[in-house]
Design a protein around this ligand. Sequence first.
Ligand code: FAD
Length: 282
Amino acid sequence: MKEERDAPLAPLTTMRVGGPARRLLTATTEAEVIDAVRAADAAGEPVLVLGGGSNLVIADDGFPGTVVRVATTGIDVESADACGGAHVRIAAGEVWDEVVARAVAQGWSGIEALSGIPGSAGATPVQNVGAYGQEVAQTIARVRTWDRQAGQVRTFANTECDFTYRHSLFKGSTYRGAGRFVVLDVVFQFVLADLSAPVAYADLATQLGVELGTRVPLADAREAVLAQRRRRGMVLDAADHDTWSCGSFFTNPILTADEFAGLEAAVTQQLGADAPTTPRYP
Ligand SMILES: Cc1cc2nc3c(=O)[nH]c(=O)nc-3n(C[C@H](O)[C@H](O)[C@H](O)COP(=O)(O)OP(=O)(O)OC[C@H]3O[C@@H](n4cnc5c(N)ncnc54)[C@H](O)[C@@H]3O)c2cc1C
């Protein structure tokens, strides 16, 4: 396992800011990930688990403890048949967009709308990564983790992950000030198909020239999503500073019908008859 002292963290994040880690361990096997986290916990050091660094802002003072960078690899098909679809085990350190590209090429349907999202596969269950009408909760079968508190490997079936909008058991559980569960690998269950899941996002349907709910070739869905993301400056480009970000800070508010009616009334009261229509997604 590679170990560095006072290692700069900025180059390991998409924001490219912040100070060094007191100690940076790069773990390329599952055993190394577990050993690194277990030893740091035993020594009482602060621990930060780092994937692709695309959803992190590092403070100028850096991190006063051990950063464990998850750099594990492996995409293994556990089973594939027309009935059960493809069960694919993906190591936490795999680059997420490369996983999506592979899925599109292999005819594994269900994550094509999650194209162009930076970061690692292991981070996707943490905030139930989602975009353009899909979220990983729809295709994750199991998540295998290192439970820092219990000091053991624990596997969670989809229904045990408490997935909700941009949230999960993993995001909600902490141990000594950081995530309690370190994701080791994720098993996805994909539909075997050359067509996408039904298109569930209005702008995407418009761009593809189809009705909402239509299924389109996987590669077309991926290209359309990437085009939408490029238009919004949401595809990282090392040469273009405007794309350097850590994604969106905001989540969509979820309102009841009554709350939404109240919001519209307030907007109309403020802006009068020229008030724009408030966008909504049922
Ligand atoms: C341009 C851009 C566009 C984005 N678009 C989207 C989008 O459309 N939808 C969306 O949902 N997100 C989006 N994001 C946010 C981000 O890409 C995701 O949250 C991604 O899953 C973060 O992965 P990461 O490996 O980079 O995590 P990191 O930034 O390295 O870490 C983020 C958090 O997850 C924890 N973590 C990382 N790996 C593990 C692991 N193996 N086990 C346990 N905890 C771990 C870290 O400790 C940290 O708390 C976007 C970000 C950028 C920069």
